[in-house]
Each structure stands twice: as C-alpha cells, then as structure tokens.
Design a protein around this ligand. Structure first.
Ligand code: PBG
Ligand code: ZN
Length: 335
C-alpha cells in the first residue's frame, strides 16, 4: 500500500518529546548546575558562634573558628564559590574597621582559603556593615540633605579592595552603587599590582524591600532614611542598561543584577545588550519567602527552588548568588 500522508488529527505533537524522561533531559534548553552557584556567608568576631538567622532559616552568623567547616562542607558539595560578608565588632561614621589588615573579612578570606583551597573567594565590598549609621559610605550634608558622600567614598572603596586582595580575595564585588566605584577600585587594585583580580560589580542594584532579612543578619539597616539616593528605582529598566554600560566602561569584568526574582526582565535585557558574564542575586527576602511558605507545608520547597533558579538561568544569568546553594547542590546530586 502506498504511503498515505496522515490527516484529520494533530500532526505536530510537542508531547512526543515529553514522554520519556531521558528525552526530556536531552531537549532541555536550560541547565541549573552546581558550578554556577555562589554561596553567601556572614562572618562575625567571637568564638564558637553559629547562630541561626531568624528570618533566614538554615543560614548562620558564623565566627571565624566555625567558618572553615562551613566552607569545607560547601566545597564537599561541589559549590565552587562563596561570597563573604563581614560584620565588625566596632562601627564608626567612616566604617574604618573595613580597612584593617586584621579586619573580619580580611581574616575570613584566609580561613576560607585554607579550609578549601579550590574555593573561589569573592568579597562583598561596601561600608554599610561597618558604619554606625548603616549607610554605604561616609555622610555629608548637601543642600539640606544628609547623604552618602559619593566622591569621598571612592578612595575608601579602593583602599578596602586592595586590603581584600592583599588578604587573598579572588574576586572583588563592590555593592555600594557609588558612581565611579568600579574605576576607582580598578585603579586601586592595579596600582598595587593586582591586575588579575576581577571585579564582579553590583552594577544594577535596586532599592529593594527584599533585602530586609539580610540587613537583620548583617546588622546593616540604615539608622535613618533609606538607600534610594544611591540604589535604583524599581520602576526603571533603561537606567539598568546605563548603569551596566558605565560599570563595564570602568572595567567591570562581570556584572550583577539584584534582586533576581522580581527583576528577571532586567537580567534578560542586560544579558542581551552586553553579552558579558552576568550574575543574579537571589536575595535574602526571596529566600525568606520560600522558607516561610515551605515551613507551613504550603509549597514544595525543592521544586519551587529548582524552578525559580532555572527561571533565573533562563532569563540569562550565568551565575546565581543564592542561600539555597547547599540544598541545591544536594538536590542536583540526588537527580
Ligand atoms: C550591602 C549589601 C546588601 C545586600 C548585599 N550587599 C544589602 C543592602 O544593600 O542593603 C543584600 C543581600 C540580600 O538581601 O541577600 N550593600
Ligand atoms: Zn552597602
């Protein structure tokens, strides 16, 4: 019997590719892999401290003597990179504890590297954890408003970056949204011979309510006002492209969009426009919402997290900073 073209029923059946699990895997367009994850950690002075952060279940305030085990465990899970936040025991108007050779982050870099030599150690570079007023640089009065003094902050950021590099940081991640910060940091690093230390710039950082739990954890909530004079307005997207363009022109090697979940369109636009390594920060408030709902049994935590992070990768993120990193590493391993 000659070949009869089929008619009268659907010829095109996308479901054909969804039946067999192996085939589904082969046609998957986006992959979430442990190699793309960066795990943020909060380091404190003191001894034998591993205090759970109330609004971030499963995340801890760690003292230096407890940091090594945490980093080694992350490495054991295959997590390639950590992001260090330091909380000093002394705060002042200029955040001078951030610049000390024996500062909390400076010490933590060494502890982390010794605990897991293969770990990529990234340091968050800002002053809000170190200033007594909680803003991201020293303040100045200008036209009746008290605000962070942009240009006075730049040399301090450069100094802090050099101090992190001298302590052995692999990548510097400035998060303060000061104009010109990447250029100042690049010049500072280069001047001290750190030409090969890359900058991951928080280029596109919004003034977001999603940072709430972080500020509790890092004790970095501003004591007055907010950060809207330096962080971006959630209403804007063209401005995100201008911010990213400036940071790249100033020498940023990689750029970050933060937060991630409510800004997937921004990740996509930034990635399409610049085609540079792009990071998404799945921030503390995003983590807290998932944890709170999961604790009540309202959502399937594992599926929600994997789906959400896959969405960030699909939006264009090459790497994701996430507190879920250890869980994700375990889940991906289980398959
Ligand atoms: C500090 C900084 C913040 C976060 C990362 N670096 C807080 C802020 O800008 O207030 C937020 C991280 C998170 O919420 O998980 N500049
Ligand atoms: Zn800051």
């Amino acid at each position: 019997m000659p070949f009869q073209p089929a008619t009268g029923y659907p010829l095109h059946r996308p479901r054909r590719l969804r039946g067999h699990p192996a085939l589904r895997g082969m046609v998957a367009e986006t992959r979430l892999a442990v190699d793309d994850l960066i795990y943020p950690l909060f380091v404190y002075h003191g001894k034998d401290l591993r205090r759970e952060i109330p609004s971030m279940p499963g995340q801890y305030q760690l003292s230096l003597d407890r940091l090594g085990d945490e980093v080694a465990a992350a490495a054991e899970l295959g997590i390639p990179a950590i992001l260090l936040f330091g909380i000093p025991d002394h705060k002042d108007p200029r955040g001078s504890a951030a610049l000390r050779e024996d500062g909390i982050v400076q010490q933590a870099i060494g502890v982390a590297s010794r605990a897991a030599p293969s770990m990529l150690v990234i340091t968050d570079l800002c002053f809000c954890e170190y200033t007594d007023h909680g803003h991201c640089g020293p303040l100045a009065e200008s036209r009746g408003r008290t605000d962070v003094d942009n240009d006075a902050t730049l040399p301090l950021l450069a100094e802090q970056a050099v101090s992190h590099a001298q302590a052995g940081a692999d990548v510097i991640a400035p998060s303060g949204m000061m104009d010109g910060m990447v250029q100042a940091i690049r010049r500072g690093l280069d001047g001290f011979g750190f030409l090969d230390v890359p900058i991951l710039s928080y280029a596109v950082k919004y003034a977001s309510a999603y940072y709430g739990p972080f500020r509790e954890a890092a004790e970095s909530a501003p004591s007055f006002g907010d950060r809207r004079s330096y962080q971006m307005d959630p209403a804007n997207t063209d401005e995100a492209l201008r911010e990213a363009a400036l940071d790249l022109a100033e020498g940023a090697d990689m750029i970050m969009v933060k937060p991630a979940l409510a800004y997937l369109d921004i990740i996509r636009r930034v990635k399409d426009e610049f085609r540079v390594p792009t990071a998404a920060y799945n921030v503390s408030g995003e983590y807290a919402m998932v944890k709170a709902a999961a604790a009540r049994g309202w959502i399937d935590e594992r599926r929600i997290v994997l789906e959400t992070l896959t969405g960030m990768r699909r939006a264009g993120a090459d790497m994701i900073l996430t507190y879920h990193a250890p869980d994700v590493a375990r889940w991906l391993r289980q398959g």
